[in-house]
Design a protein around this ligand. Structure first.
Ligand code: ZN
Length: 362
């Protein structure tokens, strides 16, 4: 089974506690080899992603902290003579793909006997963590930017989580949570850094394989910190390494204009203007420095990847078109459709769009 190690100094992940970064050097933790997925697990038809639990690493002594995540619908739409497939991650229990990672992380937290977690988020990650903590009976404190409002904040505050509003820019909430981890007996269940989220997200790849009986030709994915993109790549990589698929899909990562670090990287640094005069409306991916940046760059050395950035005009058009197709997603999810429409070229089929969050939160 793969081990979790620090990507900088190689230190193994400790057996107690739940550090979000390496205690010795501050490096990011990651798995040291591809996930192990069994063909027999791909043939099961359980109601949750826990049918793939052997690929998550440890065998847990306690039942999973699960609310029924995974097995999301794949909706088909005809467009310009082509059949397109939309993986509706918005149909997870708290309305976003985050639940796939949260269920694995929360089960790890419970198995380590951790009674208290903290997180900084006013979005889908905070809503997911707060809800799962409420279900598991684990205390939870979410640091939220004072400017936050709306249905995601309602989800967090109605879940029994303690919400602490932090004045100033978004990064102040991260500074506050890091200070809390130093001073409280709590662990930082960071949606950007915790390694345990990745095997849960990888199950999207297993489900797509089970539906198509092969890898799709193209998968189009929004990119913020990159956990979703990396997790799906890792899932297909596990299938490829075990010769269950013979070819990897083409991965298209979509960033918001102004936060397009990967686009700049693969554009030979010609397009380095990562500032934008108007902030992106794709709130879920307004990330200047993605946590998974180096891990994704490394995987893209051997796997076909492209990156696209979309501006607000493209997003407004895309969200309207999504809703008119009966794809009721939030605006960050429409990035994938905006990128497809903008590029207007032939991708290898079948083409799958990862629709990350519900429009009912928007
Ligand atoms: Zn280290």
């Amino acid at each position: 089974m793969p081990k979790i190690c620090c990507t900088c100094c190689g230190a193994e992940y400790p057996e107690s506690g739940l550090p979000h970064v390496c205690i010795k050097c501050g490096g990011i933790f990651d798995y040291d080899r591809p996930f192990q997925i069994q063909r027999s697990d791909l043939e099961k038809h359980d109601s949750t992603l826990w049918q793939y639990q052997k690929s998550f690493g440890p065998t847990y002594d306690l039942p999973p902290i699960s609310l029924g995540e995974g097995n999301t619908p794949l909706l088909l739409r005809s467009f310009a003579g082509e059949q397109l497939a939309f993986k509706m991650e918005s149909c997870n229990p708290t309305g976003s793909y985050k639940d796939r990672g949260t269920t694995v992380l929360m089960t790890e937290i419970a198995s380590r006997g951790i009674p208290f977690v903290v997180e900084d988020s006013s979005g889908n990650a905070g809503a997911s963590l707060a809800t799962y903590c409420s279900w598991a009976g684990i205390d939870c404190k979410i640091f939220v930017p004072e400017s936050a409002s709306g249905n995601k904040l309602n989800q967090i505050s109605r879940s029994n989580a303690y919400v602490q509003m932090i004045p100033g820019p978004r990064n102040n909430a991260t500074i506050a949570v890091e200070e809390a981890v130093r001073n409280l007996p709590a662990i930082y269940a960071s949606h950007a850094l915790q390694p345990f989220l990745l095997p849960g997200i990888a199950t999207i790849a297993y489900e797509l394989f089970s539906t198509f009986g092969q890898a799709p030709g193209t998968v189009i994915i929004p990119v913020g910190h990159g956990g979703l993109f990396l997790g799906i790549m890792r899932g297909f990589d596990a299938l490829y390494q075990q010769k269950i698929i013979s070819k990897m899909p083409l991965f298209i990562g979509v960033q918001a204009k102004g936060y397009h670090s990967f686009v700049s990287h693969f554009d030979d640094q010609k397009n380095n203007d990562t500032k934008n005069s108007i902030d992106s409306i794709a709130e879920g991916v307004r990330i200047s420095i993605p946590s998974r940046y180096q891990q994704i760059i490394r995987m893209c050395e051997t796997i076909d990847c492209e990156f696209v950035a979309c501006n607000n005009d493209e997003l407004y058009t895309a969200i309207n078109e999504c809703w008119k197709m009966g794809l009721y997603v939030e605006i960050t999810s429409a990035l994938v459709w905006a990128a497809f429409r903008k590029n207007n070229r032939k991708y290898p089929g079948p083409i799958v769009f990862i629709m990350t969050g519900s429009g009912l939160k928007y």
